[in-house]
Design a binder for this molecule. Structure first.
Ligand code: C2E
Ligand code: CA
Ligand code: CA
Ligand code: CA
Length: 273
């Protein structure tokens, strides 16, 4: 009887094997793509709600394979995080994001945010590497914002915390990403010097049906003294709600989609680590 019960699992095993094969294929190709500096950066604007001026840009990794196939960041970031590839990926993204800031025509006050994963923050020398990159790019630390998720800080607390405190000391801003998603711990808001809290896009969506919870989350985030950014703003109605709730900053398709940055091709491979 027990043997019988297991039989329906056979098709699942085939799917599971396919998933593993896909992952292995992605890992091999991602490794090559990083060696060749084929990853690119897209910038999405973060705007002041009151006058719609640009405060800065979030840097988002983009991978278009040589055959033209687009791989979603959610998929390749997960592959990178489960291997050693997240370190070169993170360095290349920081390099591209900082370079994007120093292009002609970008105002001096504009900031850039980069996403940093738990695996990167778990390395003791992360803060030194990033500080060296800032110096090499000649960008003042206060124009850089690090976006970290809760899990990034909770998984390897002591080292992650040390890295973030050391960077905050130099003037780099720390943002708590996806706040209001999953189990948001209020304790964490007290433990680290976040200057920005980003409200999760899903909470924005559900907040349009019933704003009670959204309003409470925004109040908690603001009470820490951090600037609140609402993510995933897609409609005028959402923007009006943000004005009513006195949310200072917003990001989303309504205000600007992520746009690929074009760099002169020859300068890339020479400078990137
Ligand atoms: P995230 O950090 O929460 O980034 C926001 C995601 O929402 C981006 O997806 C962005 O394109 C998308 N988005 C922006 N505005 C809207 C909107 O109005 N509506 C909707 N539906 N979506 C919107 P993307 O670029 O696919 O990135 C997915 C995730 O991959 C990011 O989520 C982040 O966790 C991760 N990621 C991307 N680039 C990097 C990177 O360089 N390093 C690390 N560690 N993670 C990255
Ligand atoms: Ca982010
Ligand atoms: Ca986010
Ligand atoms: Ca996310």
């Amino acid at each position: 009887a027990a043997k019988h019960a297991l039989q329906p699992l056979a098709p699942f095993r085939a799917e599971y094997r396919q998933a593993i094969e896909r992952r292995t294929d992605l890992e091999q190709h991602l490794r090559v793509a990083l060696q060749r500096h084929e990853l690119r950066v897209a910038l999405q604007p973060i705007l002041h709600v009151h006058d719609l001026q640009v405060m800065g840009y979030e840097a988002l990794a983009r991978w278009i394979r040589p055959d033209g196939q687009f791989v979603s960041p959610a998929e390749f970031i997960a592959v990178a995080e489960s291997t050693d590839l997240i370190h070169p990926l993170g360095r290349q993204m920081a390099h591209l994001a900082l370079r994007a800031l120093t292009r002609p025509g970008v105002p001096e006050h504009t900031c850039v945010t980069i996403n940093v994963s738990a695996v990167q923050l778990g390395r003791a020398h992360y803060h030194e590497e990033l500080t060296a990159q800032l110096r090499a790019a000649n960008v003042p630390p206060n124009r850089l914002i690090l976006e970290v998720t809760e899990s990034a800080v909770i998984n390897d607390q002591p080292t992650a915390r040390r890295n973030l405190l050391a960077l905050a000391e130099t003037g780099v801003h720390i943002a708590l990403d996806d706040f209001g998603h999953g189990y948001s711990s209020l304790k964490l808001l007290q433990m680290l010097p976040f200057t920005i809290v980003k409200i999760d896009a899903e909470l924005m969506r559900s907040g349009m049906r019933d704003p009670t919870f959204l309003r409470a989350i925004i109040q908690v985030a603001s009470a820490t003294g951090a600037s609140v950014v609402a993510e995933g703003v897609e409609t005028d109605e959402q923007l009006r709600t943000l004005r009513d709730l006195n949310v200072p900053l917003a990001q989303g398709y309504l205000l600007g989609r992520p746009q690929l940055v074009e760099f002169p091709p020859d300068t890339l491979t020479k400078e990137a680590p």
